[in-house]
Design a protein around this ligand. Structure first.
Ligand code: ADP
Ligand code: MG
Ligand code: ZN
Length: 494
């Protein structure tokens, strides 16, 4: 059934901007955990007769986002009042941007290789966040709501995509990519659990081959990647089913019921005219000169895709490692710091595999951010350098890393103290190899009978004898040399 219908999805993402103060007043934005209504003033609480002042840093961050999303930045944009009655909106309107948004006509690239897609960005505009309602139930069962305005007036960006997404998985990928970019450029924490990034999904379906778009349903407040995935999938199924049964889709707003795993009708869709938009008379037009735009562009951090490509071309890191290393800016910075300490003599690929392999295994196990580990880039570089020169082998290196990950301290000191420095000296290893051969006559006979793979077993025995510190390449050479010599035991043929 589903195969007859093509899903069409457009996303509206709201991101709180990482400013210290609110959009139009000096109230702080770090109110998490604070008592209700302790971070408010007459402006963000909507008193009459007060004047808003535009937060310049919010504008800077918004321009950054516009540029990072390949948008045109409007030289002149404007704030408008968007009216709707809601208890968490004390003014009765939200200051937003309507027909003249700050940024428009951009795109975001998602997927890799053949699966790569540019998803159009219709617009990026600035607005202010609303307050919050806290729903309570009294002892007698009466349900009531409290208003907390701490969030009211926090700078918010709305990023609107073109209806160019055709699966729930791609929608999720798109939001992940947006979040990654927002974090890279320091524009938003992107934390969905804290509500700093929120998503509304517009979903329609149409018969495959049909050009015109079907009526869309807007699913509000998808606050996790899992919700985005499940809600969109469910909605695609619901609409396809309805059409297949000869029904039609009403344009409406629905909510996602996480427990039931279904979308539920909330209200019929409101139209722009319902909001009675008009220009905010208390704010001047927002102007961004060409010079300012260029200055912001100059300050923009290297974006994840560009950094990934550079890691591959400049350092010769594998495509997979490059993706992992550039997922978060902190990780990419960490990796480049390791390389700085290593210098040219050690291949970057080796360093990459230690970061994405051994270090990440420990960090993931403990859910520890890379910025908080005792394994500084300098210490990891020291260890990787030792692995490269053969002073420790990979297995011992792993043990050394585990130890200084827990306790701190120098890799070299730990390796020496624990007797983990690699033995590659043939004078030391030859007697061990001989002892192993003497103790495993059967294996030796098998090898001589043509069973080559027995060498692995013998190598393992030598590693065991040296507590894993022997250089396996040297041991292999020694084993082959000893085994190719005439048997020393038994009758020697004349
Ligand atoms: P509205 O005026 O209802 O807010 P917009 O045209 O501004 O509608 O679009 C809002 C979002 O809905 C955008 O992300 C857009 O891509 C998406 N959208 C618009 N039409 C459709 C459709 N028929 N199916 C799916 N998404 C759509
Ligand atoms: Mg809209
Ligand atoms: Zn305020």
């Amino acid at each position: 059934m589903d195969a007859q219908y093509e899903p069409v999805i457009g996303l509206e993402v709201h991101a709180q901007l990482l400013t210290r103060s609110k959009m139009f007043c000096r109230c702080g934005t770090t109110y998490a955990g604070a008592a209700a209504n302790t971070h408010i003033c007459s402006v963000c609480a909507g008193f009459p007769g007060v004047l808003p002042v535009i937060n310049e840093h919010a504008v800077e961050l918004a321009i950054r986002v516009g540029l990072a999303l390949n948008c045109d930045i409007a030289e002149t944009s404007r704030f408008d009042r968007k009216h709707y009655p809601y208890p968490d909106l004390p003014k009765g309107y939200q200051v937003s941007q309507y027909d003249l948004p700050l940024a428009s006509r951009g795109y975001v690239t998602v997927g890799n290789g053949d699966d790569c897609q540019q998803i159009g960005i219709v617009r990026v505009h600035m607005e202010e966040d609303t307050g919050r309602l806290l729903h309570r139930t009294a002892a007698d069962g009466t349900v009531y709501s409290l208003v907390d305005l701490n969030r009211s007036g926090v700078p918010l960006l709305e990023i609107v995509s073109e209806p160019e997404i055709h699966s729930a998985a791609r929608a999720r990928e798109y939001v992940m990519k947006l979040r990654q970019i927002l974090r890279y450029i320091g524009a938003s924490s992107g934390n969905m659990e804290e509500g700093a990034l929120r998503c509304d999904a517009n979903v329609s379906v149409r018969p495959v081959g049909e050009q015109t778009l079907g009526a869309k349903v807007e699913i509000k407040n998808l606050n996790s990647f899992r919700m985005i995935d499940r809600a969109i999938q469910h909605e695609i199924g619901r609409q396809s089913q309805a059409l297949a049964n000869g029904g039609r889709i009403e344009q409406e707003t629905r909510g996602w019921d996480e427990a039931a795993g279904i979308t539920l009708a909330q209200r019929t869709k409101e139209y722009a005219s319902d909001y009675r938009y008009f220009p905010e008379p208390d704010l001047p037009p927002l102007t961004v000169s060409e010079d300012r735009r260029k200055a912001v562009l100059g300050r923009l951090a290297e974006l994840p895709d560009a950094r990934r490509a550079r890691f591959i071309s400049q350092y010769g890191v594998t495509a997979d490692d490059a993706s992992v290393l550039t997922t978060a800016r902190e990780t990419a910075d960490y990796f480049e710091a390791v390389l700085t300490h290593l210098g040219e003599r050690v291949p970057a690929r080796l360093a990459a595999s230690w970061v994405t392999g051994e270090l990440f295994r420990l960090l993931n196990r403990d859910s520890l951010p890379i910025t908080e580990t005792r394994v500084t880039p300098e210490l990891l570089a020291e260890l990787v350098g030792m692995v490269h020169t053969g002073e420790v082998n990979r297995g011992s290196g792993r043990m050394v890393l585990e130890e200084f990950y827990e306790t701190g301290g120098s890799p070299r000191a730990i390796a020496t103290e624990r007797g983990l420095m690699q033995i590659s000296d043939t004078d030391t290893l030859t007697p061990v190899v001989r002892t192993v051969l003497d103790n495993h006559e059967r294996a030796v006979a098998e090898f001589r009978g043509g069973k080559q793979q027995v060498i692995g077993f013998l190598l393992g025995q030598v590693m065991k004898q040296t507590r894993g510190t022997a250089d396996s390449g040297t041991v292999r050479t020694l084993l082959l040399r000893e085994l190719s010599e005439e048997p020393t035991k038994g009758p020697v043929p004349h």
